[in-house]
Design a protein around this ligand. Sequence first.
Ligand code: CIZ
Ligand code: SF4
Length: 301
Amino acid sequence: MDLVKEIQKLKKEKNAIILAHYYQRPEIQEIADFVGDSYYLSKIGKDCDEQTIVFCGVKFMAESAKILSPQKTVLLPAYDAGCPMADMAVSEDVLKLKKEHPNAKIVCYINSTTEVKAVSDVCCTSSNAVKIIQNIDADEIIFLPDKNLGSYIQEQVPEKKMILWSGYCITHRRISLEEIKKAKDSIEDLIILAHPECEKEVRDIADFVGSTLEIINYATSSEKTNFLIGTEEGILHELKKRNPNKKFYTPRGGIMCVNMKKTVLIDVYNALLKNQHEIHVNEDIRVKAYESLMKMHILGR
Ligand code: CIZ
Ligand code: SF4
């Protein structure tokens, strides 16, 4: 069976759209109708005519799409593709912290559970986080779950008091300063690009810190040739496609998010064939989470 052909056939029959995150396997990115970051993809899901969304990514991403499009069927092909960082914050604990800081507003990274989004005042992504913190009507902010993105924002917006959660991305944490220094010593004129989920010492040595899309845009518009990519290696697919004449290097020969790599072609085929695994979100919680995603639009402008 030619899986790619079968997927395309089923997709048409079911009037479905396939969305894939930049961290997905190359063959998954290739069969997708759209490839991007979680926020862009959830917006595509909201605006498209198709009534079925096959979301190749991790659970919080498929849930964000469902929050924005409750009337559509959202499918997560790899049912157990979660995000350990998102699971590091639980809504009950967030509310406890809020009690200790009653004047603080809660800002959650999009990499969080629907329940946490529902108890937050506003959501953010790595590309609009600084703007949101600058624009939010509060001097004190509880930020979660990523302490690294949080401390990066605090550096950019020193006038606000940030109370940071202690979560972190287990994938980005594996990018070490030593690896980067080694690469810098051995490759001439190497430009270091790092995601804000990296540890501070890695961000500090980077030439540029930004989200997946910002990293892609930076490398694409740069006149330089050699780049060390400080984020999940799936992004190399898009980088190489857009920049066939540039060279991309990775720490440790590539750091991989096991959850992002769970989706394989047969899962996408089965998702379309059997309508699996459908995302369901409790309506009361969805409405509250929707508000924090919507506020992100307003404050992120
Ligand atoms: O929001 C996303 O898609 C993630 C996880 C990272 C990024 O920088 O785009
Ligand atoms: Fe979660 Fe990190 Fe994997 Fe992104 S790369 S899904 S933050 S564990």
